[in-house]
Design a protein around this ligand. Structure first.
Ligand SMILES: *Cc1c(COP(=O)(O)O)cnc(C)c1O
Length: 377
């Protein structure tokens, strides 16, 4: 078979527009213009995700950290997260001294199960962090109504889902705050970077203070009111982010197109499940993902190894957080392993396929041909 070159799971689309904006920032975003790109990027981003406020940050991890601090969450508090996500969703819970509680996923969306979320609630639960996994959306309406009933704050981790929608509302617009990542692997990138969005003026002002060594905005200079953090994005990154945001519909269309090529090739195979797009949902397919039927008798690590030997990069579906060595001392682990059966049943058989912005229809065909051969289909 003809060789198509190494295909990566993720990677951005960078055009002359991004280059021009970054060059302009390097040249001009100093002195009285030092914040011009931050201001434009934050304003455009807030408007895109239909929020009042947006704050640029150096990563989504720092956005999650400040979301928790601004909500006053700390030792003794519990925060519920889905089992299946990148560890960045949960690690900041430990930074603030609170306890992560792992809830199961819904078997179709692979996102937080509303039912499992409700089962995990205790008198100590202060917040929940639903994750818009791989560009899909959980059942936010249900999660919101449970959170409201028990007075639990929602922090929506929309790191993987810019532009996704649930019931006509954009990812990141649910809950007290929404957070985004602009890591190089994400649908839009600033190299490294993140954004926190909210409609709540208290949280907005609190986060501005916390990310700047405890200096409230427009307060007395160099007169810090508390010990806090230094979490800022540079102008060059903000310029790159603005250019990417101005192309966001194109980037999302590209992700959906790449998924549609895989769908054409693989959707007739009953024993492979692809990303799901439920009613009332727009999935932006950050990661094209397949779950193999157990009957193939092949686990994700083995298949990934075989794909790599064919120049095809692939990643494992996230391991359940409670199965990671990082959490082996957590008291939550035993109960999570018994409770979260969907996560434990699905994860061993899932992989992410190459879906970087540079994928072409030919490359997708090649990946699917190799996949069929490896699975004897
Ligand atoms: C990428 C990602 C993050 C972390 O983003 P960083 O910008 O790398 O800190 C958080 N949550 C999820 C679900 C992610 O995929």
């Amino acid at each position: 078979m003809e060789k198509v070159g190494h295909m990566l799971v993720s990677g951005p689309s960078i055009t002359q527009k991004e280059i021009n904006y970054v060059i302009d920032a390097v040249k001009n975003a100093w002195y009285e213009n030092a914040n011009m790109y931050h201001e434009r990027f934050e304003k455009a981003f807030a408007s895109y995700v239909e929020r009042k406020y947006a704050i640029t940050l150096p990563s989504c991890t720092s956005a999650l950290h400040l979301a928790l601090v601004s909500l006053g969450i700390g030792p003794g508090d519990e925060v519920i997260v889905p089992e299946i996500t990148w560890i960045a969703t949960a690690a900041p819970i430990t930074y603030v001294g609170a306890t992560p509680v792992f809830a199961d996923i819904n078997p179709n969306t692979w996102c937080l199960s509303a039912k499992s979320f409700e089962e995990c609630i205790t008198p100590n639960t202060r917040a929940v962090i639903p994750v818009d996994l791989y560009g899909n959306m959980p059942n936010m309406a249900e999660i919101q109504s449970i959170a409201k009933k028990f007075n639990i704050a929602i922090i929506e981790d929309a790191a993987e889902a810019i532009g996704s929608e649930h019931k006509g509302k954009k990812a990141g617009s649910f809950g007290e705050t929404g957070v985004f990542s602009f890591h190089g692997s994400k649908t839009m990138t600033t190299g490294e970077g993140g954004m926190l969005v909210t409609d709540n003026e208290y949280i907005y002002r609190r986060v501005l203070t916390l990310r700047d060594h405890g200096r409230p905005p427009s307060d007395k200079k160099f007169y810090n009111t508390e010990i806090a953090y230094k979490y800022k994005m540079s102008s060059m990154q903000a310029a790159l982010g603005l250019a990417q945001l101005e192309r966001i519909e194109e980037l999302i269309a590209r992700k959906r197109l790449i998924f549609s090529w895989y769908y054409q090739e693989l959707s007739d195979i009953n024993d492979i499940i692809l990303n799901y797009e439920g009613p009332y949902t727009k999935n932006t397919y950050w990661m094209v993902t397949i779950i193999l039927n157990k009957k193939f008798g092949i686990k994700k690590e083995e298949l990934i190894q075989q794909l790599i030997e064919n120049n095809i990069d692939a990643r494992p579906f996230f391991y359940p957080l409670s199965s990671l060595p990082a959490y082996k001392k957590s008291e939550q682990v035993d109960i999570a392993k018994k409770r979260n059966l969907n996560a434990y049943n699905i994860s061993p058989y899932g992989i992410n396929l190459p879906c970087g912005m540079n994928m072409s229809e030919d490359k997708v065909s090649y990946v699917c041909k190799i996949l069929r051969r490896l699975l004897s289909l």
